[in-house]
Design a binder for this molecule. Sequence first.
Ligand code: ADP
Ligand code: MG
Length: 599
Amino acid sequence: MNLSAHKIEAERPTIRLLDDAAINRIAAGEVVERPASAVKELVENALDAGAQRIAVTIAGGGKILIRVEDDGRGISGIDLPLAVARHATSKIDGSDLLNIHTFGFRGEALPSLGAVGRLTITSRVAGAEAHQITVAGGAVGAVKPAALRHGTVIELRDLFYATPARLKFLKTDRAEMQAVSDTIRRMAIGAPQVAFSLSENDDGENRQILNLPPSTLTERVAAVIGRDFTGNALDVLAEREGLTVSGLAALPTYSRGTSGAQYLYVNGRTVRDKLIFGALQGAYSDVLPRGRFPVAVLMVDLDPEEVDVNVHPAKAEVRFRDGGHVRGLIISAIRQALSGAGHRTSSTLSNETLSIARPSFYAPGRVSQAVYAQIYDAQSLVLPGLSESTAAWSARADDTVAEPITAHPLGAARAQFHENYIIAQTGAGVVIVDQHAAHERLVYERLKRQAAAQSVKTQALLLPEVVELPAGQASAVLAFAAQLAALGLVVDGFGGNAVMVREVPAVLGQGDVQALLRDIADELEDQGASAALPVRIDAILSRMACHGSVRSGRQMRVEEMNALLREMEATPSSGQCNHGRPTYIELKLEDIEKLFGRR
Ligand code: ADP
Ligand code: MG
C-alpha cells in the first residue's frame, strides 16, 4: 500500500485518537448501509418509545429525505444533545448486555445518522414544550424551542452527502424505496398493534404506499403479505421450556423460488438469521424440492438472556445460547402443522386452474347469438362421439352409489381420464387427482413409517438381478449396503462395477429393479457422504417411492381409485408429491358454476 498517499509518515507512523466525527462516520458505515437501514433504526426507536402510530415519508429513495414521525414518549430538551451523542442511550445502564428488552441499546444510530446526513430531531415530552436539535456532518447545533403537538419527528436529509463514496453504491431511487418499503412491512408484522404508514414525496406531491391500521397478527399479515398467503397458511404454535415458536407457515404447494417471503422475528426483532432460515428449510425438506422456499412468518420468543443480539451492528443476526433447542422446536412445530394439514393443497392452485379453464369465448354481452349458435351446433355434432364415454361414466357412478359422496373430503371416484387423472365428486365440487403423484407420496410415507419402525417388509427376487453401474457407483452402493438393507433393499457385490440385488421393499411391487438401483446409485453419488444420515435416508426413500408408484398410463378400477382417495385422506402431507407438486386440485361447484355463467 502506498502509505504516503494516505498522509501517514512511512517511517514512524504515529498512533492518534480519531475525532468524534470520524468515529461516527466509521460506525455509520456499519449501522447505516442504505436508506432502508436508517429507516429501520428510526422506526425501532419509535417502537422503543412506545409509539402507537408511526408515519414514514421518503423523498428521492431516501437520499433526499427520510422523515419518521411518532406519537411516543418523546425526548426532553435537556436530553436532546445526549440522544445524538455517541454511546448514549436511555435503554440500558450497561451492566447487563444479555438482558435486553428494547430494539436499541447501542446508542449509535442517531450520532451515526448525524455523521452521514443532516439530522433534525423535534420532540416533545408530556407536560413540557417541544425542542429541536440539528446535527449536520457530525457538527451538533444548539437546542432550540420548537412547535410540536406530541411525540417525535426525525428528519434526515441528504443522506451520505458527507460520504460520497457510499452514495455511489446506492441503487436507483426505485430500488432503495423498495428496500425501505420491505423493511417497514417486516417491522409492521412484528408490531401489528401499531399503525404504520409510508408515503413517497415526489416534487411536493405525496403518494401513500402503505397504510396499516392497528390489527391482529393475522390481519396484519394478510395486509402485508396478502390474503392469498393467509388463506394458504397453517397456524404454527409450539412451546417448550420457555421457548415459544409461533406464526403462520404456508402449505408446501404455496412455495417460492427465493427466501424473500420468509419473515423471521426473535423477541419481536426482525432478523435474517441463518439458524432460523435453516430450520425453516429443514422443516419443509420432506415436502419441497431443492430450490423452492417456504413462505412463512415465524416468531421465536424466549428469555432475552437466552439470546445474544449484540453480534451484529444492525442486529440482523443473533446467537442463541441453545441453538439446537431452537432449531428442534421450529422444525417440530412446523412439521406438526403441516401433518395436521394432511392432504390440503393450496387454493391458489384451483384459482390458477380456473383462470386456465375459463374458456376464451366466454364473454357475455360480447358474444353474439350467432356465435353461441355455432358453439351449440359444434357440440351437438360432437355428442354422438361422446355418448360412449358418457355411458361409461354413468356406469362407474352407479358402482359408487352406495357410498355417500359428502362423507369423505376427497369424495367418491367418478372416472379416470388420460390414464393418469382421477375425478372425484365431493360435497362441494370436484377433485382432480394426479394418480401418479398421489401414489408416489403414499408409497413414500408408507416406506418412511416402516423404516422408522425398522420393519420394512421385503420381497425376495426369484432371480437375483445383476445391475451394471457406472464406475465408482458400485462401491458407493456397497459402502451403504447395510443402511440400504435396513430400508428393504438387499444388495451384494458382484465384482467390477456390478452389484446383485436380492430383495426389494415389498411396497414397491414388481418394478424395474435395474432402473431403481441406478436411481439410488445416482442419489448416493449426488449426496456424497456430506449430508446427515436421516436426510440421506429420506432422499433414498423418496427415490424408491418414485419406482413403486402407479405409473401414469395405468387404468384403475373404481375401487382402486377410491382406496387411493381414502389413503390420501389418512396420510399426512399427501397434498403434495415428494417433489412438492400438488397431488390434487379442487374445484368448488360454485366456481364451476361461475365458469358457466350461472353465478
Ligand atoms: P439506542 O436506540 O441504541 O438507545 P439511538 O442513537 O438510536 O440509540 O437513540 C439514542 C436515544 O435517543 C435513545 O436511547 C432514546 O432515549 C432517544 N430516542 C431516539 N429516538 C427516539 C424517539 N423516536 N422517541 C423517544 N426517544 C428517542
Ligand atoms: Mg436506536
